[in-house]
Write a protein that binds this ligand. Sequence first.
Ligand code: PEP
Ligand code: MG
Length: 882
Amino acid sequence: TKWVYTFGDGKAEGKADMKNLLGGKGANLAEMSNLGLPVPPGFTITTEVCTYYYAHGETYPAELKGDVEKALSEVGRLAGKSFGDPANPLLVSVRSGARASMPGMMDTVLNLGLNDETVEAVAKLADRRFAYDSYRRFITMYSDVVLGVEHHHFEEILEHYKLQKGLTLDTDLGADDWAALVVEYKKKVQAELGKPFPQDPHEQLWGAIGAVFGSWMNARAITYRRLHTIPESWGTAVNVQSMVFGNMGETSATGVAFTRNPSTGEKALYGEFLVNAQGEDVVAGIRTPQDLTEKARKEAGSDKPSMETALPEAFKEFERISNALENHYRDMQDLEFTVEKGKLWMLQTRSGKRTAKAALRIAVELAREGLISEQEAVGRVDPAALDQLLHPAIDPKAERKVVATGLPASPGAAAGAIVFSADEAEAMKEKGLKVILVRVETSPEDIHGMHAAQGILTSRGGMTSHAAVVARGMGKPCVSGAGALRIDYKAQTLTVAGETFKKGDIITIDGGTGQVLKGEVPMLQPELSGEFATLMGWADKVRKLKVRANAETPADARMARSFGAEGIGLSRTEHMFFDAGRILAVREMILADDEAGRRSALAKLLPMQRDDFVELFEIMKGLPVTIRLLDPPLHEFLPHTAEETAEVAKSLGVDIERVERRYKELHEVNPMLGFRGCRIAIAFPEIAEMQARAIFEAAVIAAKKTGEMVVPEVMVPLIATKAEFDIVDKVIRDTAAAVEKETGATLTFQVGTMIELPRAALRAEEIARAAEFFSFGTNDLTQTCFGVSRDDAGTFLGPYVQKGILEVDPFVSIDVDGVGELVKIGVERGRKSRPDIKLGICGEHGGDPASVTFCHEVGLDYVSCSPFRVPIARLAAAQAAL
Ligand code: PEP
Ligand code: MG
């Protein structure tokens, strides 16, 4: 087996498509070398070594030592140095690199190979201050990530030293100061560990390699893998690379960049750099970074020179390379670079993370630039991420009491109560409160709090800080680096411009502008035009599935249309019964003792329902509308208070005891499997009759009003047998005939059924003889297939997912193997007796991208989902068809 792959000097043993073996970073370093770009030479220890390591009691393959030695000497040859050589030492960086970038893993050790001897060589060859500054950085980093002696120990020593000497800035320290500190640092390590800081470069190297492999199994990495369903078996690679130095004076620098703006998608080099600094200084947010381009500098109103003016040659080279890399990978790239004494070196390239807004714009523009096809563009945007675009923004007309401004790190606006810790954010969220997580900066330990918060606000860190990157990934609004904020964790206060906010005070953040606003500011729904409309148009050209919405209120129906819904796939009529004006009549209907009592209540409801349907038909003019007969357990409508009971009794003209007795009769042990669905229509056909009448009368009225034909689809819920369907079907058809006779109109309509019980799926062939369409109700179908209550699942399904019993919550994403099998059976058997049967899905799964893919594969005609998810379903359906 080949365990080690080298790269550098215009060639490499690996390439971009070897991510599984070399990890993302290693594969792209190899690719850049192959492209002839300036990459410091190095080598990648493969992910297979990681797998071997854990399969063999944390030991390495026997050949590895020799392979690494050989690679090291090759790297030394290319760099003109030699590892451990006291006269001309090769220094290296060691970094982890999994297939997908993974926060929580050991990140980086720089300057490895320095010891008491080699530091003197570096001092002679370069500069003494630089040499000892590098050495103390190495001791700090190595001790922290490899030896477990935490960073703060060294910070304290440094602070103490500065205080003693009357120095304030790190730049005030000279060569002797750093040399003196190195002595102190080593003493600290000795004191903490009872053994000295390792001086042997080979021991250092193997220590760092071991730390990378060890970090694959640390708690944070395990959590991250679980959250992102990354298999443990993938393992990580280790990249060892010759050091280049961004901290060798004013012609040296280090930086990060995106080839396009990751927040807006604008085509412009975007990023930040620091002169005379090493990589971790940019990310750590200790010094405020400078802009890359003059344009960005002007826009930011910064007085610090841009890279374009400070290092013009290196900048030009960098601009050329970023264009080349974007063209080569045909996607926006996220780059890391270092300039050593004016010479540019590339340290990393990868596809850049971006907001949904940027993803859309970039995909559309790349297609327009001819770099990718329209279809590829459709495939480039994660449907689930569209959610971000559907977030509210601050109403431009609203008054803004701006208390501070930071960076617009992740778009969308959010309001909530201030909390200062991730745990607190989670606790408040559980109580149903909306919170804004306010931190100086965030780290991977804050992820759960970021999940729980509406938005994130930090006082430190740039557009590439942890808070910014993670918030964008989550689609949460984030304002980062609002430097005017004074956050006091102890006092639980936030002070800015003389004003103090306490925990629990409400603020609003605008991730689009970076503003922090006092109080809850009114918000607006986003506009769905521009690139959004363009990409959706391209998606609509490819997809086979139609997309409808689940909606019953006029507002939802309008929203659904504006999101591109092609009809209504489920109108839950029971939702129309909860309105204040009609709940009394509904209760009368339920609590009536006999048909006469029910009919008198139904007579009150009929005109209300008819008006509902007229409005729905008008809004959905020309599009199909599926209306489902009353479904939920009747107890949901029963009075909750004595007062309400009295009110119902009065209106029915009976005494309270009688109502209470009826109430008891209706009580059910297991309402979800009880008196609901078509069972109501069978016991009380007059209810179905009223609803059918309301639908057909409304169809006649709406057709007259709009001049368009209305073709209602009347749907019967919770069918288990054909006999049930036949009874309800007859009530509906008799009513239609009656309405035709009364109005003289000719009705066109369909009667179909939900398939939401396993028996219905199994008997689909028989049921389809009578039913003209099926709509798979996968909420109930999941509930009944698993025998898991959909309302109680939360308490025990979580651990199921954590323990790997289930990969995902089957109420969120369809269980293809079980519930999906029932759907497949329903489709096949239904088509047997009625080849042209219309087939759809209207459970929550209709808006879940993976489930939409499944629906496409089994050949449904449409999916129906909540209005906000219509665009997601449109895009997911297109991707399924690519
Ligand atoms: C279903 O069961 O999937 C469905 C759409 O109906 P409801 O959620 O109203 O039970
Ligand atoms: Mg249902």
